[in-house]
Write a new protein. Structure first.
Length: 553
């Protein structure tokens, strides 16, 4: 029986209903509107997926629009990084790249139109005075003494603001809505402020800049966005979004909110992530422990796994906390499919194969990825002395121990069967060498020995092994919700052991490892080459451990 078709989420249901009534003439047009003042994080990935995938599902289009309305915090480098991240995630806005700054002239005209309709005024009050006049949820606000200026005076002052006649902070333009509104955002919100600052795209043309709440909805309307999809934190902004569209009588874009992506052990506040960077607790925004797209990519998370995670997490109307195990399950499932296999020994124990010729070595063939029928292969050098993991040998093993021990036989991955004949200890009583014989006609793929070996071990040739660095990554925080404690600072939960360093011995093939590829270090974990690597020193980040999928499936 075929799987039942996946039920529609509430956003898809809204779109289906709109299509049935031929609203917007059957068009579905969404947008992803990041502010170019920082790097994208895992919360943005959900918004990207929802916007691009929802539009594509119904034959629609998605714009990429940068809401660049604050020149003080914005930079071209962020614009470039965001575009790189979105493309890496697998999405394409084609030729629909826009900026709110593209619409500064139109937004200025919208503001003048509101003034002409008696719906906006210039206020000389200070920011503290405006805040104090806002009131509280239980108490109405107080009208500004400048609220009833004439249309002519407001137009003159607003044009003076644009022409640079006034200092920063001396005047603002406010919408005239309702100082008694239950929603405090509707109590005469700011529309424009004076900022004599250089803009990364418009230069010094403007010294007034629209507020986000004013620019956002009108930019949607200018682009004929049919479904403006955003996270739940903007739900209280929706009445203002609708008010501007109604009063300006422009294209009726509709704002629809969904729950944010909240994942255990991660934070998505740009301000708090910046604290981690500024305090030197991480190496930068692309630190492999960070929840940024750049950090997740550096850690080795595949884009396909992140898209699958967003799909499994679903689209909800209420905030929820997603288990970190679900994220790792999606990553593990994808890596099992795409990762090349390699042998790396972390805690080495030397094995001497006594009946193998002293000066001989041979290249043995191993598949890069047995999960891929089109996978290539590579050669592994085999010689008289090899390293195995120290935990793979016991001098007095229990009955169901299927690794190496006195008198026991194991298969070396992609090589031969060996049998332990003895071992040597050092002065501290630790085993320092194990002595084995190999069965010459037991080579993998050519085994005619008839010997049965229950266990298979990974290994590397001592003579050919190359030393590498492993960065073992853990949660950045010790608490699953580090920023939810009113009486504690989120930094109190910083995990000082979130990255530990180990030295390992790798097979020579890994010296050709490249950025962006994924590797399964057999019987250890999945790893990805780090950008700090050099030709002479390879560094790998542990992406995720080898274990059962989330939910035991």
């Amino acid at each position: 029986m075929e799987d039942k078709e996946k039920s529609l989420n509430f956003i898809e249901q809204i779109i289906v209903d709109d299509l049935k009534t031929d609203k917007h003439q059957g068009n579905v047009h969404t947008r992803f509107p990041p502010e170019p003042n920082g790097f994208l994080h895992i919360g943005h990935i959900k918004a990207i997926c929802i916007n691009f995938e929802t539009a594509a599902k119904y034959g629609g289009r998605t714009n990429l629009r940068f809401d660049d309305t604050n020149p003080v915090t914005e930079d071209t480098s962020y614009v470039e990084a965001i575009q790189k991240d979105i493309k890496w995630l697998g999405f394409d806005w084609e030729d629909r790249l826009y900026f709110a700054s593209d619409y500064f002239d139109a937004l200025y005209e919208f503001a003048q139109e509101l003034i002409l309709k008696g719906l906006a005024y210039v206020d000389d009050s200070t920011s503290d005075e405006i805040a104090s006049m806002k009131g509280s949820p239980s108490e109405a606000g107080i009208e500004s003494p400048y609220r009833n200026r004439s249309v002519e005076e407001n137009l003159s002052l607003f044009r003076g603001m644009k022409n640079g006649d006034f200092q920063d902070g001396s005047k603002v333009l406010r919408a005239k809505v309702d100082m008694g509104a239950p929603n405090l955002l509707m109590r005469d919100p700011l529309i424009y402020r004076i900022k004599h600052a250089h803009h990364h795209r418009t230069g010094d043309k403007w010294c007034i800049y629209p507020m986000y709440d004013f620019a956002h909805g009108q930019s949607d309307s200018i682009e004929n966005i049919t479904h403006s999809l955003c996270s739940l934190e903007f739900i209280h902004h929706r009445p203002l979004y609708d008010w501007f569209i109604e009063k300006l009588e422009i294209f009726p874009s509709r704002q629809i909110e969904f729950a944010r992506m909240n994942v255990e052990y991660m934070i998505t506040s740009k301000r708090k992530l910046l604290q981690l960077v500024d305090n030197g607790l991480v190496s930068g925004w692309d630190d492999a422990r960070m929840p940024t797209v750049a950090g997740l990519r550096r850690k080795g998370y595949p884009a396909a796994a992140l898209r699958a995670f967003c799909d499994k997490a679903g689209v909800a109307k209420r905030e929820n906390l997603i288990e970190f195990d679900l994220l790792e399950s999606c990553v593990r499932d994808e890596l099992n499919r795409v990762s090349d296999r390699a042998m790396v020994v972390v805690n080495p124990l030397k094995v001497i194969i006594t009946n193998y010729p002293e000066n001989k070595y041979e290249d043995l063939e191993a598949l890069d990825n047995p999960e891929d029928e089109n996978s290539g292969s590579h050669l592994i050098p085999f010689s008289k002395e090899i390293y195995i993991e120290r935990e793979d040998f016991m001098e007095d093993p229990p009955k169901k121990y299927f690794r190496l021990g006195p008198g026991r036989a194991v298969r070396l991955k992609s090589a031969y069967i060996i049998q332990c004949e003895g071992f040597k200890k050092n002065e501290n009583g630790e085993v320092e060498e194990v002595y084995c014989t190999y069965i010459a006609n037991s080579k993998s793929g050519e085994d005619v020995s008839g010997v049965k070996a229950k266990g298979t071990l990974h290994w590397v040739s001592v003579k050919h092994a190359i030393t590498c660095e492993l960065r073992i990554l853990d949660h950045l925080f010790t608490d699953p919700t580090p920023d939810s404690h009113e009486d504690r600072n989120f930094l109190d939960f910083y995990n000082k052991d979130s990255m530990t360093i180990a030295t390992a011995h790798m097979e020579p093939w890994l010296n050709k490892a490249v950025l962006g590829k994924h590797y399964q270090f057999m019987r250890n974990a999945y790893f990805a080459l780090d950008q700090d690597s050099t030709d002479d020193h390879k560094i790998f980040n542990r992406t995720v451990a080898l274990k059962a999928s989330w939910g035991g499936k």
